[in-house]
Design a protein around this ligand. Structure first.
Ligand code: SAM
Ligand code: DTB
Ligand code: SF4
Length: 333
């Protein structure tokens, strides 16, 4: 059944991250169902109210601890449960991490994001990562880490080391989540996000399009994100990278316009968030990426690799931004 487009126009007017807007799934679904041009127009209006629409923030990723993860996230090449050819490695030494961060800075990134394939870090692992955060911060970069679930006190430890952002995604709607991950609950994720927020670290939280979810479930994810009080400073929207050996390797690709719609709806419902065009750019052409920027994406991963899979070459991205007349800045969050 089609949602009534009139509902989209009646949706709450959000003016600040701190305004606790309350979106429901029908309202967000109605946004998804707007004619494409109307949806993009609304997203651009919102985007330009809070940001320079020609500016983009660049984050570079590094996998500091690769593979061998005990979790069963059906999309993930790093789960030990799937035969993806990714070998388990040890935590990288500090010097290697620092060298990668310096290169990212030299290439123009403003934030360095370190990812570890852990369910939840052990105390000595948090200590080691805190050292990395301190050192990377010392280079003049913003820092972000994604380490899995955090226990009490761990977020504070990272904050004291100078951590700016913690990435922990909700991935999908609560009602679809159980088909993608069984080894930890939606509530576990919300609990970690609460710890991060309480420690005064900025929240980076988003999801994945293309897991096999319905449009209503995509709207359900956005509702979860947009109704957080306050909503995340940074919202990564990933397009599933279908990796051989994972249970989702043969998923049908989502219509590219549906991906653009998801970006636009994230922009409208979370006007002051940085909306990141995240995984999946390697599988997109330049025109599609430009549409994502028009829909309100103002951040992306920059550098030849995501964690395991390829990202566009840095030079290709610089050329794309030049052709679009976009400039790099650190964003406001
Ligand atoms: N282990 C930690 C965790 O799950 O929170 C941190 C690393 S995990 C790889 C970070 C995020 O990457 C996941 O939450 C998921 O949203 C995204 N991701 C992983 N594999 C992906 C894939 N194949 N395609 C798109 N996004 C993916
Ligand atoms: C996020 O939302 N996407 C990034 C980052 N946060 C850590 C990870 C994307 C991973 C894509 C598949 C891979 O290379 O492992
Ligand atoms: Fe492990 Fe994170 Fe991959 Fe899930 S997404 S299998 S927790 S590395």
């Amino acid at each position: 059944m089609q949602a009534d487009p009139a509902v989209a126009n009646a949706a709450p007017a959000v003016t600040s991250r701190r305004n606790c807007a309350s979106w429901n799934v029908d309202e967000v679904l109605a946004l998804f169902e707007l004619p494409f041009a109307d949806l993009l127009y609304r997203a651009q209006e919102t985007h330009r109210r809070f940001f320079d629409a020609n500016a983009i923030q660049l984050s570079t990723l590094l996998s500091i601890k690769t593979g061998g993860c005990p979790e069963d996230c059906a999309y993930c090449p790093q789960s030990a449960r799937y035969d993806t050819g990714v070998e388990a490695e040890k935590l990288l030494p500090l010097d290697d991490v620092l060298a990668a961060a310096q290169t990212a800075k030299d290439n123009g990134a403003t934030r360095f994001c370190m990812g570890a394939a852990w369910r939840s870090p052990k105390p000595h692992q948090v200590e080691a990562v805190a050292e990395m955060v301190k050192a990377v911060k010392g280079l003049g970069l913003e820092t972000c880490v994604t380490l899995g679930m955090l226990r009490d006190g761990q977020a504070e430890q990272l904050r004291e080391a100078g951590l700016d952002y913690y990435n922990h995604n909700l991935d999908t709607a609560p009602e679809f989540y159980g088909q993608i991950i069984t080894t930890r609950t939606y509530q576990d994720r919300l609990d970690t996000l609460g710890r991060v927020r309480d420690a005064g670290i900025k929240v980076c939280c988003g999801g994945i399009v293309g897991l096999g979810e319905s449009r209503r479930e995509r709207a359900g994810l956005i509702v979860q994100l947009a109704n957080m009080d306050p909503y995340p400073e940074s919202v990564p929207i990933n397009n599933l990278v279908r990796v051989e050996g994972t249970p989702l390797a043969d998923n049908a690709a989502v219509d590219p316009f549906e991906f653009v719609r998801t970006i636009a709806v994230a922009r409208i419902t979370m006007p002051e968030a940085m909306v990141r065009l995240s995984a999946g750019r390697e599988q997109m052409n330049d025109a599609l990426q430009a549409l994502c920027f028009l829909a309100g994406a103002n951040s992306m991963f920059y550098g030849d690799r995501l964690l395991i899979t390829d990202n566009p070459q840095a030079e290709a991205d610089r050329s794309l931004l030049r052709r679009l007349g976009m400039r790099v800045d650190a964003g406001t969050h």
